[in-house]
Design a protein. Sequence first.
Length: 140
Amino acid sequence: MSGPSLRKTDAHSSIHEASLNEALELRDIFRKCLEDGETDKALQVLEVTIEHWETRTLKHAEEEEEGLYKDIINEHPDLLHTVIQLTRDHDLMRRIVDNIKDRLQTQEPNMEIVTLLDSLVIIDLIHNEDEMNKLLANGK
């Protein structure tokens, strides 16, 4: 069973918004470090950014998959396709974060990673909108 804040549209939306705003700030700081040639600082910021995505957005995604999504499918089997799509969004975000981590094993932080961070943001924005409008709207 999912926690009550995951079921309340306003509370759930606030969780998404706060996490996304933090991710955007971290992405901007990372980009600025790269532009200023501060590679060591960029690496530190990127490590914090990865931790943020893993402990905030992806942890939240895991909680949704283990609780909210199962509850919704049980109550509204017609929403299975939507839940599958939303779970795929989570999987894409996990894969991109893993890709960033893999890149750091063989190369220094660079602007390509900013593009990957932008991809995470875009997926998350679309995901959050779909979740609010297709899954949690109208008391579902």
